[in-house]
Design a protein around this ligand. Structure first.
Ligand code: GTP
Ligand code: MG
Length: 200
C-alpha cells in the first residue's frame, strides 16, 4: 500500500466523541514507551504526526489519524506505566478497554512488544484479554535496531514460545524498527490485504 495522505483527526477521551464515519480502524497499543507513536509516524513517513517522547505516558488520549481518506490509525495510551497515579491508570484503562470492546469500526489491534525485554506478564495478559474477547490482533516487535540478530531471534522466540502455551495458532507478527523503517511494507501490506478482503 502506498500512503498518499495522512492527517491527524482527533484526540478524545470519550467514546461518544470519536469519529462516526465507520471507516476501518487499526489500533496500536502496548506498554508505555514501547514505540507506538514512533511506529505510526514511521508507517506514514511523517516525523511528528503522532507525538513521541522518551518520557513514558506521552499519549493520553485516543488519537485518530486518517490515512488515504480510507482508514484510521488509532494511537492509544500505553498500559503498565507505573509512574502515573493509580487513579489516572484506572481512567485510561476504562477508556481503552471500552474502546477495544465496543468500537465496531475496530478491525485489528496491533500489540507492540519491546523486542529487547523478556516476555512481560502485562503484555501476555493483554493479549489473552484480546483473545478471550475475540478481538483480532497482530503482534509488532519494536526497536529491533537495538539488538544483534541472534539476540533478536532468541528474544522473539522466547515471546512466541510463551504465546504458544495458550494459543493453538500464533497471530501474525512483525519485526520493526522505527529508526530504520523496518517492517513498514509488511504492516502496510497486511492492512491492505484486510481492507481488500473485507471491503469488496
Ligand atoms: P507513550 O505514548 O508514552 O505510551 O509511548 P509510545 O509507545 O508512543 O512510545 P514513543 O513512540 O513515544 O517512543 C518512546 C521512545 O522510544 C522514544 O524516545 C523513541 O525515540 C524511542 N523509539 C521508538 N521506536 C524506536 C525504534 O524503533 N528504535 C529505537 N532505537 N528507538 C525507538
Ligand atoms: Mg505515544
Amino acid at each position: 500500500m502506498k500512503v498518499i495522505s495522512a492527517e491527524f483527526v482527533s484526540a478524545f477521551t470519550e467514546l461518544n466523541k470519536l469519529p462516526s464515519d465507520r471507516r476501518p480502524e487499526f489500533a496500536f497499543i502496548g506498554r508505555s514507551n514501547v514505540g507506538k507513536s514512533s511506529l505510526i509516524n514511521m508507517l506514514v513517513q511523517r516525523k511528528n504526526l503522532a507525538l513521541t517522547s522518551s518520557t513514558p505516558g506521552k499519549t493520553q488520549t485516543i488519537n485518530h489519524f486518517l490515512v488515504n481518506h480510507q482508514w484510521y490509525m488509532v494511537d492509544l495510551p500505553g498500559y503498565g506505566f507505573a509512574k502515573v497515579s493509580q487513579k489516572q491508570r484506572g481512567v485510561w484503562k476504562k477508556m481503552v478497554y471500552e474502546y477495544l470492546l465496543k468500537r465496531e469500526a475496530l478491525w485489528t489491534v496491533f500489540v507492540l512488544i519491546d523486542s529487547r525485554v523478556p516476555p512481560q506478564r502485562s503484555d501476555l495478559d493483554f493479549i489473552s484479554f484480546l483473545g478471550e474477547n475475540q478481538i483480532p490482533l497482530a503482534i509488532v516487535f519494536t526497536k529491533t535496531d537495538k539488538l544483534t540478530k541472534s539476540k533478536l531471534e532468541s528474544s522473539i522466540r522466547a515471546f512466541l514460545t510463551k504465546l504458544e502455551e495458550n494459543w493453538e495458532s500464533l497471530p501474525a507478527y512483525f519485526l520493526t524498527s522505527s529508526e530504520k523503517s523496518a517492517g513498514r511494507t509488511a504492516i502496510l501490506d497486511y492492512i491492505s490485504s484486510l481492507l481488500d478482503r473485507f471491503q469488496n
